[in-house]
Design a protein around this ligand. Structure first.
Ligand SMILES: Cc1ncc(COP(=O)(O)O)c(C=O)c1O
Length: 428
């Protein structure tokens, strides 16, 4: 992310927000975006994994218009609203059996806050465990669990007490590609933590991204998630899956935790849920939220009926157009294309991730794995060439590929072509 130039087009906007690009976006249609100069881009960033159906999807737009013309706001605290009830029903239908109760918020961070409060209240325990490299948002509980980049935390402390960070099994970066060792070391660490420092009986929840997003598109090995589930069961700890970036079909399954064959106690959803309107959801068993206590949490805007009407249209479209299968099939093509590129260019140290959530890690040297700082200049060049990609990871050396779920093979080929040309042009 770059610091705004002195000639910023918006001198009154706060500099606190890092911006990937100093461009002004004016229009979107399908998988294409246009800037203020009329330049066209193929959008493989999706507003950071949000517009999974592209821009101005006709079904979503129609649902939004119809709801705006019917009822735009009525706080959920005043009663029931049809689009809200319908989206809760539809969301629950995508969940494993038993995860049948939905609380709606407005943003990812907001439902992370909700999950921390719910876990503490429902278990009567104070401690929360997150994982290194995780990103869960910028509000205080979310920030206390966020360790993907020190810049987010610096100067903001003290953070929430009794939040602990355990090692995440980053197989490529920390374990030389040895997945089995990564899983063993990270599960052993938790066992040692429980034996020496933190009684498991004081732990309310583990909160984990099944595939880390901002931290570098790093999938948690299935065996690690199964081990966590087992530890959680053994000690009465809740397992919270942050599916805010990885969920909603992106990984080729509706929920990323499905790859590990586990069922979390709480699932957190945002980003894709309303294809661009602010909305988020916390889903769990009913008994858990019953223990939260009526009135002990809430929000004026959470579960806005227009956003929920959009959300129903999103889920119906994903189902009717079989977009999860498309994500799996197109993801395999994308991955094969990027792996072929990696065979040509040693700066690509790793290509990883399921479905349409693929990270390309750029390194100076494959042996040392030293991060190569060309990520941001590379995506700038790609943007100049008409392709919108983003970076992630503490060093911005991982290019993330998060195209819409209805992306086509032709668009994938187009994107890989641009990426290949720009990577070659940036020089070794
Ligand atoms: C995995 C994950 N959790 C939480 C958040 C926070 O979401 P929001 O920006 O809507 O607060 C994000 C945002 O990028 C995320 O990727």
């Amino acid at each position: 992310m770059t610091t705004p130039a002195p000639t910023s087009p918006a001198p009154h906007l706060s500099p606190v927000l890092g911006r990937y690009f100093q461009r002004t976006w004016v229009r979107g249609e399908g998988h294409r975006l246009w800037d203020g100069d009329g330049k066209e881009y193929l959008d493989f960033a999706c507003g950071i994994a949000v517009t999974v159906l592209g821009h101005r999807h006709p079904r979503v737009s129609a649902a939004i218009h119809a709801q705006v013309d019917t009822l735009m706001h009525m706080c959920n605290g005043l009663g029931f609203l049809d689009p809200v009830t319908r989206l809760a029903d539809a969301l629950v239908a995508t969940m494993p059996e038993g995860l049948d109760t939905v609380y709606f918020g407005n943003s990812g961070a907001e439902v992370i806050e909700g999950a921390v409060k719910l876990a503490r209240k429902a278990t009567g325990r104070p401690a929360i465990i997150g994982f290194s490299g995780g990103f869960h948002g910028r509000t205080y509980a979310a920030l206390s669990l966020t360790t993907s980049n020190v810049n987010y935390r610096t100067g903001h402390g003290p953070l929430l007490p009794d939040v602990h960070i355990a090692p995440f099994p980053n197989v490529y970066r920390d374990f030389g590609g040895d997945e089995e060792r990564a899983v063993r070391v990270c599960l052993d660490h938790l066992e040692r933590l429980f034996a020496s420092q933190l009684a498991p009986s004081s732990v309310a929840a583990f909160i984990i991204e099944p595939v880390q997003g901002e931290g570098g598109f790093v999938p948690a090995p299935a065996a690690f998630l199964r081990g966590l589930r087992e530890l959680a069961d053994r000690h009465g700890i809740l397992l919270v899956a942050d599916e805010i970036q990885a969920g909603y079909g992106r990984t080729g399954k509706m929920w990323a935790f499905e790859h590990a064959g586990i069922v979390p106690d709480v699932v957190l959803v945002a980003k894709a849920i309303a294809n661009g309107l602010p909305l988020a959801a916390l889903v769990s068993r009913r008994d858990l939220q019953a223990r939260w206590g009526t009135g002990s949490h809430g929000s004026t805007y959470g579960g806005n009926p227009v956003a929920c009407a959009a959300g129903v249209a999103v889920l119906e479209t994903i189902r009717d157009e079989k977009l999860i299968a498309n994500a799996a099939a197109r993801g395999a093509e994308l991955r094969a294309g990027l792996e072929a590129l990696a065979a040509e260019d040693p700066r690509i140290g790793d290509v990883r991730g399921p479905g349409l959530m693929i990270g390309v890690e750029l390194v100076k040297d494959r042996a040392t794995r030293e991060p190569d700082p060309i990520g941001d200049p590379l995506i700038e060049r790609c943007a100049d060439a008409g392709l919108l990609l983003l970076t992630c990871g503490a060093h911005h050396n991982i290019v993330r590929w998060i195209p819409p779920l209805d992306v086509t093979s032709a668009e994938i080929a187009e994107a890989i072509g641009i990426f290949r040309t720009q990577l070659a042009a940036i020089g070794r």
